[in-house]
Design a binder for this molecule. Sequence first.
Ligand SMILES: Nc1ncnc2c1ncn2[C@@H]1O[C@H](COP(=O)(O)OP(=O)(O)OP(=O)(O)O)[C@@H](O)[C@H]1O
Ligand SMILES: [Mg+2]
Length: 263
Amino acid sequence: MSLQPQAGAPIIAFRDVEVALGSDRIYERLNLEVHPGEFVCILGPSGCGKSTSLRVIGGLLEIAGGEVTINGRPPQQSWPDIAFVFQSPRLVPWRTALGNVLLGTDLRFGGARDGRETRAKELLTLVGLANDTHKYPSMLSGGERQRVAIARALAVDPQIVLMDEPFSALDPNTRRRLRAEMERIWQTTGKTVVFVTHDVEEALQLADRIVVLSNKPTRVVDVISLKLPRPRSLAHADLVQERSRLMAMLGASETTTETGGAS
Ligand SMILES: Nc1ncnc2c1ncn2[C@@H]1O[C@H](COP(=O)(O)OP(=O)(O)OP(=O)(O)O)[C@@H](O)[C@H]1O
Ligand SMILES: [Mg+2]
C-alpha cells in the first residue's frame, strides 16, 4: 500500500469533498489525486459512489463541500479536457461507426470537419475497426460497439478519459480482449484514465494505482500502487497476494470473478 503523495501537480484533486444526494450523505471528506498520464482504477462496493466520483470530475454533479480541481480549475470549466465512456456504448443507431466517432467532435466543435474525418478513421483503426467504419451499430457486436465508444471519446482529444465499468456488460472473453486493447490504447495515447470497475482482476491488470473506496459515507480505505511491467500476468505472486487482499477487503468470495482463480 502506498499513500505517499506523488511528485508533480495532480491533474485531478479531491480535497475533503462532500456529496449529498437527497437525504443521503455519499462522501463526507473524500480525498484523492490522479496524476497526468496515470491509469487509476476505482474499486468499491456497489452504491459507494464510484460513478458519483466520475460525475463530480466531469462537473455533472455539484459538491456540498470541499474542493475538486482539474488542472487547477473547477470541473465546470474543465469539460474540454474530459470525455466519458459508459457501461453501454450509447451509439446513435442511424449513424455509422465513423459517424458516431464524429458525433462527439460535431457536438463539441461544430462547423467544418477539416481533418477530423481522417483522425476518426485513425482512431477506429487504433481500436481495431479499420474495416468496419461504414457499419451501423446494429451490424456491430457488443465489443465492437464499445470500441466505437472508446474511439468517440478519444476523438475530442481529451486529457482525461473517464470510464464507468466500460466492459462489464460484455462476455468474459471479449472483456479480457478489450482490457488488453485498452492497455495498448492508453500506452499509445498517453491519456489520463480514471476507470471504475467492480472487477478486482481488471483493476490489477490495468491500474498504475487502485483506489479502494469504503461503504457510505465513503472514504478511501486503500491506495495500491502497481509497478509490475505490462502486460501483466495475474498469476504473478504479487498480484495473487493483492487479489486475495482486495477480495477480502471488498468482502467478495474468491469464486465471484470470471476466472474463479488467479489465472
Ligand atoms: N439522484 C440521486 N438521488 C439520491 N441518491 C442517489 C442519486 N444518485 C445516486 N444516488 C445514491 O448515491 C450512491 C452512490 O451511487 P453511485 O451510482 O455513485 O454508486 P456506485 O458505486 O457507482 O455503485 P455501482 O457499483 O452499483 O454502480 C448510491 O447509494 C445511490 O443510491
Ligand atoms: Mg456505478
